[in-house]
Design a protein around this ligand. Structure first.
Ligand SMILES: Nc1ncnc2c1ncn2[C@@H]1O[C@H](COP(=O)(O)OP(=O)(O)OP(=O)(O)O)[C@@H](O)[C@H]1O
Length: 375
């Protein structure tokens, strides 16, 4: 297959001993695109970055940078800017020399090195630290040194492996802005590894979710959140993630419905073909934000009213998370903005509506999402 400009991986496979850690991963990151690898710990994200950077060699597959096959090139030959979690800083060197290291290795003229470091030190607030020994810096300062080192290079692509993991929340916010500024300035492909969904959603142009060595889904944050490709995605994305319950498709008076416990949810006619082709049982995904609370039902006279019993109420920042028990013992978690309306009491019967436009259906055996017809 032809490779495209930017950064591309095709069919990457990596085994450690007999364990398959990266299983046939392919994606393309365009020039200027900020691409996030998101997934649970141990899923293979770091290994993918190490294969791209040349720190590991794949058992199969290829890495292309601007259409060049660099699969067997050394890390230095790949001309990448890298910021990793442990920063890779030389503890006994001063900050200036740490930043200059890669440039000196490339035999850049001293005046040019000084000019670049002066600019980047100004931008990242590192000027007062340039002559300090790296080991004497705080974690946040060391992180900025690592970022500065990536910034002074004219790399063909930038790789970030959980660079904010060791920072406190306030520093993390600032470092996130610094990384975005670096990306905006360079307009190269950037790949950013994190297991933090809020970080991924705040930063990404597109997100690739990696779990158990597999690429589960690639898409914009919106696609990932609203159109999960499979049950793994439905159960993984969002805080809290979607409610996933088994349902039964039946044909009612007004077209198809899906029954979940005692809820009868009407399916838009766009689902007809899919439902006709599939067996009666499906898995149903309902986002915690897809419910209309009791206190708003008066505004939606058309909406069917369902009932459950409130089992738990968890106040969050500006929101409340209600856990509602259905007759069959299953639960729905519902997220409501804190509107000032009086919340129900525990054990009270709670009336709610469902935004039926937002129903997701999944094949019970393949666990893949079923797609309604788009017309
Ligand atoms: N050098 C190695 N030798 C053996 N197994 C390894 C090696 N490096 C990684 N692994 C294993 O490969 C799997 C994937 O690890 P990897 O670090 O790529 O995951 P990750 O998604 O980046 O996780 P985290 O977010 O925790 O860093 C893990 O099970 C890990 O234990």
């Amino acid at each position: 297959m032809d490779a495209m400009n930017g950064l591309e991986v095709q069919g990457l496979v990596k085994r450690y001993q007999n364990t398959l850690v990266v299983d046939d991963i392919s994606f393309h990151v365009a020039e200027g695109e900020f691409f996030v690898l998101l997934g649970p710990s141990g899923g293979g994200k770091t290994t993918i970055l190490r294969l791209i950077s040349g720190l590991e060699t794949p058992d199969a597959g290829h890495v292309f940078i601007n259409q060049q096959d660099v699969t067997n090139a050394s890390p230095r030959q790949r001309n990448l800017g890298m910021v990793f979690q442990d920063y890779g800083i030389y503890p006994n060197m001063n900050v200036f020399d740490n930043i200059a290291y890669g440039l000196q290795a490339r035999k850049m003229a001293r005046v040019e090195i000084e000019k670049r470091i002066s600019t980047v030190a100004e931008k990242l607030g590192l000027r007062p630290f340039l002559t300090k020994t790296a080991i004497d810096l705080s974690g946040g300062e060391q992180q900025r040194v690592a970022l500065a080192r990536a910034m002074v290079k004219d790399a063909d692509a930038y790789l970030f492996d959980e660079p904010l993991a060791n920072l406190d929340p306030k520093l993390r916010y600032r470092a996130r802005r610094d990384i975005q500024a670096l990306h905006q300035q360079k307009r190269k492909p950037s790949i950013y590894v994190t297991h933090d969904q809020s970080e991924a959603f705040a930063m990404a142009d597109r997100i690739a979710v990696i779990a158990r060595g597999h690429l589960q889904q690639v898409g914009t944050p919106d696609e990932i959140l609203h159109h999960p490709a499979n049950l793994f995605m439905a159960r993984f994305i969002g805080t809290p993630p979607m409610n996933v319950l088994e349902g039964r498709c039946i044909h009612g008076d007004d077209g198809y419905q899906v029954e979940v416990a005692d809820l009868h949810l009407s399916l838009d006619p766009r689902w007809n073909q899919v439902v006709q082709q599939n067996v009666a049982s499906v898995m149903v995904g309902l986002a915690p934000t897809a419910f209309i609370p009791e206190w708003e039902l008066v505004d939606y006279p058309q909406v069917t009213v369902h009932r459950g019993v409130v089992e738990d109420i968890e106040p969050l920042v500006g929101e409340n998370l209600l856990t509602v028990r259905l007759v069959d013992g299953n639960h729905l978690r519902m997220l409501y903005e804190d509107s000032g309306a009086a919340l129900p009491a525990i054990d009270q019967v709670f009336a709610f509506g469902v935004d039926e436009e937002r129903i997701c259906l999944f094949d019970i055996s393949t666990e893949e999402a079923l797609s309604p017809q788009s017309w």
